[in-house]
Every structure is written in structure tokens, then in C-alpha cells.
Design a protein around this ligand. Structure first.
Ligand code: DOR
Ligand code: ZN
Length: 356
């Protein structure tokens, strides 16, 4: 059989991306348009967090100006300010979901939640309005209970099961799964529960981030058998597992500052699809690329029905088997007027596929 040398897929969707604010937003948002993304599902962990419909719509407008044609789906940050009334209003305005961060587990999560039950009236309103609940699935570290970043996701899964049992019609996405346990749990639950998977968690294990700040993110990449489970569920084309990059750019100096490596891997660049084609091919799943990036998520989020993309973005993206070297950095001028940069995933490495 001859080797595939070109690929054409409908413009993909990224169901979890951090586009930041200020100068960093202006630097990274045009790059996702250049990646060929049709829909970007935008995280609300700004400073201050996006907690109202007005804020989300104002943020969306800024993003649209930076990347015309991209279908930006906005989210609100789950916090005590969020009321059932605000949910109804947000749903009417086309806000797609609500993101929950357990307090203190990652970047800008200080306003995160401590207990889910307080939010049951909000979840009820979301269920009624068919909004999606996006869960950062980690519990905070607690040495007295033997909880650390290696088992924080597995320990969280009980909350996912409880929430799904209490709100079986509420669509819930367990974000950026990293463990075999998470994959098995999501599979075992009903059709209203789905899961995003990132490029970096398909690529890395613990050995790759220990001592390598640019591979450090939350949740951290886990064991080889966990990565194998993420790869396996893509190989089997499970329709409730789809791309959410969790692309999370940070200025190089914050990633490399001694003692304070901030969490986040930056994949939201024009090399997004080349990263994906290269890694999926490596584990024998190249023919699963289309469903994973342009099919399953779209269906789960009911895009055609609830959030139709502008016609211009329903393009076809072509890839060719041709090597490309990942740039060392993308430069920009920061909010203080200083020269800064963000380092993309696998900087300096060679990918096997490139955009045609
Ligand atoms: O690594 C991460 N970075 N994980 C998150 O959950 C947040 C993100 C960020 O905003 O930097
Ligand atoms: Zn994220």
C-alpha cells in the first residue's frame, strides 16, 4: 500500500483554548486563525475572570477583530457571582458554557470553586438552557490525604460521577484528560458526558516535563499507560473524545523564571494540525484525525444547530507530508512595552506534516 502524502479535512475546532488579554491576546489570537481553526472555545480565566454575559461578549468582540472569520464560543467562569438568572441571559446571548476551576489548582484559579453543591441551582439553569459545563478535573493537593498532582485527576472523578448522576441531561466536558482512569470513567458515563484531549498529553509523559518548564502544564502529563489510554480512545474513534488543545501561552520569562514555572503548553499556532497529524500518525491513528478534530466535538456541542460558524470558516484544510521545523519562539511587545516572546510546543523540533 502506498504511503499517504496529503490529507484534506474540514476546518477543525479547538474546544479549549486560552487566548489571554492585552498584548499577549493580540499576539496569539491571529495565530489560531492561521492554524485553520474554524471554532475556538475560549476559556474565561482572565484577570479578572469573565463572569458576566457583558464581559464575555466584549471579550468576544476583541477576539473577532483579531481573527475575523473564526467562530469564537465564549464561556463564563463558575464563581459565586454567577446566578441562574445570569445563566438564562448568557444562554440567550449565545454563550456556550461555564468553566469550573477548583480553587488554586492552576493559572488564575484563585476565584475557583470549593464545593459543587452550592452551584446546583446554576447547574439546573444550565441544564434547562442546554449550556455546557466544562470541568477542570483536578482536586487541590493535600499531603494529609496523599493527594498531589499525580493523582489529583483520578481523585476528581468521583465529582464527575456525582454531577452526572445529579444532572443527567446537563452536557459536561471533562477537560484535558490525562489518565486511563479518566478515559474509562467518561466512557462508562452517559452520552451527555464528553472529554477533551490535548496535543501535549498525547505526546508527553512525566519524564518529559520533570525539569522541562515548557512541558509543564496542569494537569501534568502522567504515566506511559495513561498516555496509551488517551491514544487508544482516539484510535477507536470514540465519539465523546475530541480535541481541546488547552493551548496556554505564557511569556517566556514567566515559564523560565527560577522557582515559579507557570503551567501551560502553547500549541495554538499554525502548526497545530501538523503537530496532530504527526503524533496521530506516530501511534497509528492518522485516519482518525478528521473525527477527532472536525467531527465529534462539533456534534457534541451541537454547532450546526446552536452556534453555526460563519460560512467562510467552513473551509477545507490541506496537509502535506513534508517536514517543518517548529520556530523557537513568537515575539511580541508586552503591555509594559518590553520585548517578550512565547515558546511553542516542541520548539526547534521537526514535524513530519505541514500545512499545504
Ligand atoms: O496548564 C494549564 N494552563 N492548565 C490550566 O488549566 C490553565 C492554563 C493557563 O491558563 O495557563
Ligand atoms: Zn485550560
Amino acid at each position: 500500500m502506498s504511503e499517504i502524502t496529503t490529507l484534506s479535512i474540514p476546518a477543525p475546532d479547538d474546544f479549549h483554548v486560552h487566548l489571554r488579554q492585552g498584548a499577549l491576546m493580540r499576539a496569539v489570537t491571529p495565530l489560531i486563525r492561521d492554524s485553520g481553526i474554524a471554532t475556538a472555545y475560549v476559556m474565561p480565566n482572565l484577570k479578572p475572570p469573565v463572569t458576566t454575559t457583558e464581559q464575555a461578549l466584549a471579550y468576544k468582540k476583541q477576539l473577532e477583530e483579531l481573527a475575523p472569520g473564526v467562530n469564537f464560543l465564549m464561556t463564563l467562569y463558575l464563581s459565586p457571582e454567577l446566578t441562574p438568572e445570569e445563566i438564562k441571559k448568557a444562554a440567550k446571548a449565545g454563550i456556550a458554557g461555564v468553566k469550573s476551576y477548583p480553587r488554586g489548582v492552576t493559572t488564575n484559579s484563585d476565584s475557583g470553586i470549593e464545593s459543587y453543591e452550592t452551584y446546583y441551582p446554576v447547574f439546573r439553569a444550565m441544564e434547562e438552557s442546554d449550556m455546557v459545563l466544562n470541568l477542570h478535573g483536578e482536586v487541590p493537593s493535600d499531603p494529609s490525604s496523599d493527594i498531589c498532582i499525580m493523582n489529583a485527576e483520578e481523585k476528581f472523578l468521583t465529582h464527575l460521577r456525582t454531577l452526572h448522576a445529579a444532572f443527567p441531561k446537563l452536557r459536561i466536558v471533562l477537560e484535558h484528560a490525562t489518565t486511563q482512569a479518566a478515559v474509562e470513567t467518561v466512557k462508562s458515563l452517559g452520552d451527555t458526558v464528553a472529554c477533551t484531549i490535548t496535543v501535549h498529553h498525547l505526546t508527553l509523559t512525566v519524564d518529559d516535563w520533570a525539569g522541562q518548564a515548557h512541558h509543564f502544564c496542569k494537569p501534568v502529563a502522567k504515566f506511559p499507560h495513561d498516555r496509551a489510554a488517551l491514544r487508544g480512545v482516539i484510535r477507536e474513534a470514540h465519539p465523546r473524545f475530541f480535541l481541546g488543545t488547552d493551548s496556554a501561552p505564557h511569556p517566556r520569562k514567566n515559564k523560565e523564571a527560577a522557582g515559579t514555572a507557570v503551567a501551560g503548553v502553547f500549541t495554538g499556532t499554525p502548526l497545530l494540525l501538523p503537530y496532530l497529524a504527526s503524533v496521530l500518525e506516530e501511534f497509528g491513528a492518522l485516519e482518525r484525525l478528521e473525527g477527532f478534530v472536525s467531527g465529534f466535538g462539533r456534534r457534541f456541542y451541537k454547532l450546526e444547530e446552536r452556534h453555526p460558524a460563519p460560512v467562510a470558516t467552513r473551509a477545507v484544510i490541506r496537509l502535506k507530508r513534508s517536514e517543518v521545523v517548529v520556530p523557537q519562539e513568537y515575539g511580541f511587545v508586552d503591555d509594559e512595552g518590553e520585548k517578550s516572546s512565547v515558546v511553542p510546543f516542541l520548539a526547534g523540533k521537526t514535524l513530519r506534516w505541514s500545512l499545504a
